[in-house]
Design a protein around this ligand. Structure first.
Ligand SMILES: NC(=O)c1ccc[n+]([C@@H]2O[C@H](COP(=O)([O-])OP(=O)(O)OC[C@H]3O[C@@H](n4cnc5c(N)ncnc54)[C@H](O)[C@@H]3O)[C@@H](O)[C@H]2O)c1
Ligand SMILES: O=C(O)[C@H](O)CO
Length: 399
């Protein structure tokens, strides 16, 4: 096999015993300190390419590498995991909670633990989903463009009329950590009623809505209500706003398809901050064109970084470039968790007991616990991944 092309890196703590590679520079410095203070030589890729190819990453792994911090845009399969194993590596962490870019079986075959970053991005991502909901419902982007184009001539009764959220129904598909956080924001913030669909019951979320409903009633206001839908179609038929928060797997690929779009309300708002392929984007573009009152807010796209033809021209779509977890605190925390996942595995630490409670790892003023913060897939601990890592925490009771 031809030697892989060298790729530029920035080296920290050159004499460190363990070699850790990060395929990207990440926000903050704590993650760097945690690794270098623990005898790691850290190499951060400085190649300006946005998405590294498998060959680029092979070059980074080289002949000796203990662990890699990678990105959701990279294709982590047999080629990379077997190379990492040959280089003596045991640890990989995705800088993301979702790891649909990772072939966990290949990682398992090669004895590589796979880490992810749950919890630290829950509120940040839910807040972006809420922002997209408001932007789509109240036509913020269209109105902004109108202003900047110098078209505003004065207040008019029909100008950019949108949807009121109060008293309407918010539908959540995938009421896990982020879906539940989003639901709470929309219910508490806008007094919306909830209908949700998940494989598991979101008991804590249900209790929250019940208690909030009682509070409103006691104060002479219309109480909010909740319903766990028996089918996804029930959510799509009943909700005025629908936000998608499941993981991407075979069961959620093209979950929103032409048939399901057809049963949604003509003036519904659909939001996606999960993964692009959860929506059949070609069908969505058709639907947007035929139904100008139907609006979407999209953070993710089927063929990122591209949009399907026609989407960019749809005025009833608000589109942002996969920035849902992009708050400073969250991105720095994600970097910390990925570093601690890799470091913990290299040091032989146990897997942290609850991947939904990662706060002890994020305290800047304390030494993190001697544990792998969140390992989604591990040779001796291949407990879920397909059945889902958080299977011990089912009931979606994270939030
Ligand atoms: N846009 C972004 O930047 C961004 C940021 C964070 C997370 N995400 C995506 O959001 C996803 C969810 O993250 P999370 O932390 O809330 O995960 P989570 O595991 O807490 O929640 C996922 C929920 O989806 C449910 N689910 C699985 N299959 C389903 C199905 N077929 N139908 C209905 N529900 C189903 C699960 O039971 C679970 O409750 C991630 O996997 C990731 O892909 C995107
Ligand atoms: O899965 C994730 O974490 C996001 O897509 C990036 O934050």
């Amino acid at each position: 096999m031809a030697a892989a092309k060298p790729i530029s890196v920035e080296v920290w703590n050159p004499s460190g015993k363990y070699r850790v590679v990060s395929t990207k520079s990440m926000p903050g410095t704590r993650w760097i300190r945690l690794l270098t203070d623990n005898d790691c030589r850290l190499e951060i890729c400085t190649d300006p390419k946005t998405i590294l190819s498998v060959d680029d990453i092979l070059a980074l792994i080289g002949n000796r590498c203990d662990g890699v911090i990678g990105q959701l845009t990279e294709d982590w399969g047999e080629v990379l995991f077997s190379a990492l194993k040959r280089a003596g590596g045991t640890a990989f962490s995705n800088m993301a909670v979702g790891y649909n870019n990772v072939d966990v079986e290949a990682a398992n075959r090669n004895g590589i633990a796979v880490g992810n970053t749950p919890g630290v991005l829950t509120e940040t991502t839910a807040e972006l989903a809420a922002s997209l909901t408001l932007a789509a419902a109240r036509r913020i982007v269209e109105a902004d463009q109108f202003m900047r184009a110098g078209l505003y001539e004065g207040w008019l009764p029909h100008l950019f009329v949108g949807n009121l959220l109060k008293g309407q129904t918010v539908g959540v598909i995938g009421a896990g950590r982020i879906g539940s956080a989003y639901a709470r924001m929309m219910i508490e913030g806008f007094k919306m009623n909830l209908i949700y669909y998940d494989l598991y019951q979101a008991t804590r979320l249900e209790k929250f809505v019940t208690a909030y409903g009682l509070f409103l009633k006691a104060n002479g206001e219309q109480p909010v209500t909740w319903k766990r839908a028996a089918t996804m179609e029930d959510v799509l038929r009943e909700a005025d706003v629908i936000s998608l928060h499941p993981l991407l797997d075979k069961t959620t690929y093209h979950l929103i398809n032409p048939e399901r779009l057809a049963i949604m309300k003509k003036e519904a708002v659909l939001v996606n901050a999960s993964r692009g392929p959860v929506i059949d984007e070609v069908a969505l573009v058709e639907h947007l064109k035929k139904n100008p009152m139907f609006r979407v807010g999209l953070d993710v796209f089927e063929d990122e970084p591209y949009m399907k033809p026609g989407l960019a021209e749809c005025k009833n779509a608000v589109v942002v470039p996969h920035i849902a977890s992009a708050s400073k605190w969250t991105r720095e925390g994600m970097a910390t968790l990925t570093a601690l996942n890799v470091l913990g595995k290299i040091k032989g630490y146990p897997v942290w007991g609850n991947p939904n409670q990662v706060e002890p790892f994020l305290d800047e003023n304390a030494t993190p616990p001697p544990a792998c913060a969140s390992i989604a897939c591990h040779l001796q601990n291949f407990r879920d991944v397909v059945g889902h890592i958080q299977s011990e925490y089912v009931g979606s009771d994270y939030y």
